[in-house]
Design a protein around this ligand. Structure first.
Ligand SMILES: *Cc1c(COP(=O)(O)O)cnc(C)c1O
Length: 473
């Protein structure tokens, strides 16, 4: 049995039931699962037992005060998966969930989640339907491809493409494109998993069409091109464009398959970003299948999209893996809503947060940083030193690694507190604010803070850093 730290005082400690019967706790039971409420009561009483002081036992054991503590504990336990404020400036931050959904797409998720939907049901005939039917016409019209399918993520799309179209055969790929993306996705391993024999050609920095020609043999099924994503070879470099590879593949009766990675549907160079081939361009260049992500530059939910020739997409759809990789109805709804924005590209850039964030001009960002800095100064007072700092941001998600994204941040510094400690305090705020620790400060890059989150940043920081007037400020 546990020793009471101070047995004489234990009479001050109320029984669990007394707290449980309290009106406020009864209200908590309507909002939180009973086991969590019980655990919060148990922890509150345990902490009381350990800290009970003979001089102030009555005050410490006050029922109202304990109920308050139970509520605090419940609030702090909250959900484990939390909404956070991304102040890192990395627009497609994989660890922070990549692209934030456009608000009309988030509303679709909510509507679909609350009830039933015609996921695999034809409303006209009353017969069984196909889940891809909701999105196929949209994808074909946006990409120019004959057919398309959707799976859980782009890694799944690539695995399905290789398994469905080249298993047991060889695929030829440039040594410059044998890349690793985000640790666990390595092209040679994915090919092995799909049962495709890797035939590597060229060198790390230069591969010519002749290299592919020489490698084609009786076992070759496809030429494979992979977007190098998060890495770039600069300088003495050559790779073969899709169009040339497709021409060679088709002349030899082979498939031309491409993993485009991020895959964007609108040209970004007009927005001051490096030019990236769009999905439409790759389809027009003759790729038989092109795969790309839903939550990178597309700015939608996590998904993988494969667009291409009808026969190839059908072969992929019939593969047994399709069932394991299929998309959930909520994601399908969010993806459909996101893709609808692309029917008007200018609207897409306005409505899709990832694209809107990438398109912000340095002048706008500076104005936003100045505004946020001044609200923070008003809220936090002198306890925190606040400056606007110019800095360089990244796109993230393996997209546009060379993009130079000049941005502005609000830099925070507290005398006597290390940047790491300040950063940790901000991550404990509600909602947590994730910034960048640099040169003794925590920087909050405004590019990735949504407009509607600006006030939240102030109140969240006030809670952890103290309001003006408190903390001696
Ligand atoms: C990001 C990426 C992937 C993986 O896509 P997910 O949607 O994260 O599964 C695969 N290939 C390339 C080239 C990528 O850039």
């Amino acid at each position: 049995m546990r020793e009471e730290p101070n047995p004489g005082l234990s009479r001050h400690i109320p029984k669990t039931d007394r707290l449980l019967e309290h009106d406020a706790v009864q209200t908590m039971l309507e909002r939180y699962p009973r086991p969590l409420v019980l655990a919060a009561i148990r922890d509150t009483l345990q902490s009381l037992r350990e800290n009970l002081d003979p001089g102030s036992a009555d005050r410490q054991a006050d029922l109202e005060c304990l109920v308050e503590q139970v509520e605090q504990r419940l609030k702090a336990s909250g959900f484990h998966l939390k909404r956070v404020i991304n102040a890192t400036g990395v627009v497609l931050h994989t660890n922070l969930g990549r692209a934030p959904l456009p608000s009309h797409a988030a509303k679709r998720v909510f509507e679909l989640a609350e009830g039933y939907c015609n996921l695999e049901f034809e409303l006209e005939s009353g017969k069984r339907g196909k889940r891809v039917s909701h999105i196929q016409p949209l994808l074909t019209s946006l990409t120019g491809a004959q057919a398309a399918l959707v799976v859980n993520n782009n890694a799944a799309a690539v695995l399905l493409m290789l398994s469905g179209l080249a298993s047991g055969k060889e695929a030829v790929i440039s040594r410059g494109e044998l890349v690793e993306i985000g640790g666990s996705f390595r092209i040679p391993e994915v090919m092995a998993q799909a049962g495709v024999k890797l035939v590597e050609v060229g060198t790390t920095n230069k591969t010519y069409i002749k290299d592919y020609e020489d490698a084609i043999g009786p076992e070759t099924a496809a030429l494979l091109k992979v977007h190098p994503s998060n890495f770039r070879i600069v300088g003495f470099h050559r790779s073969v464009p899709t169009q040339e590879l497709a021409a060679l593949a088709h002349e030899r009766g082979l498939l031309m398959l491409e993993d485009l990675g991020s895959g964007c549907l609108v040209p970004l160079d007009s927005r001051g970003l490096p030019s990236e081939p769009t999905v439409q361009e790759i389809v027009a260049a003759g790729a038989d299948v092109v795969c790309f992500s839903g939550d990178k530059l597309l700015g939608g939910p996590q998904a993988g999209i494969a667009a291409g020739k009808r026969a190839m997409i059908e072969a992929m759809a019939k593969h047994p893996l399709m069932r394991a990789l299929r998309l959930d109805k909520l994601i399908l709804g969010a993806l459909e809503a996101t893709l609808l924005s692309y029917l008007e590209p200018q609207k897409a850039i306005r409505e899709i947060p990832a694209l809107a964030m990438l398109s912000q001009k340095p002048k706008e960002l500076e104005a936003r940083a100045l505004r946020l800095a001044s609200s923070l100064k008003q809220t936090l007072g002198d306890a925190v030193e606040i400056h606007v700092v110019p800095l360089e941001g990244k796109v993230g998600g393996g997209a546009l690694p060379q993009a130079y994204l000049p941005s502005y941040a609000v830099g925070l510094q507290v005398a006597g507190t290390k940047a790491e400690e300040l950063g940790a305090a901000l991550r404990k705020a509600s909602p947590p604010v994730v910034g960048v620790e640099r040169e003794g400060r925590v920087l909050l890059d405004v590019r990735t803070i949504l407009h509607q989150e600006e006030d939240l940043v102030c109140s969240a920081l006030a809670d952890v850093l103290g309001r003006k007037g408190e903390n001696g400020g």
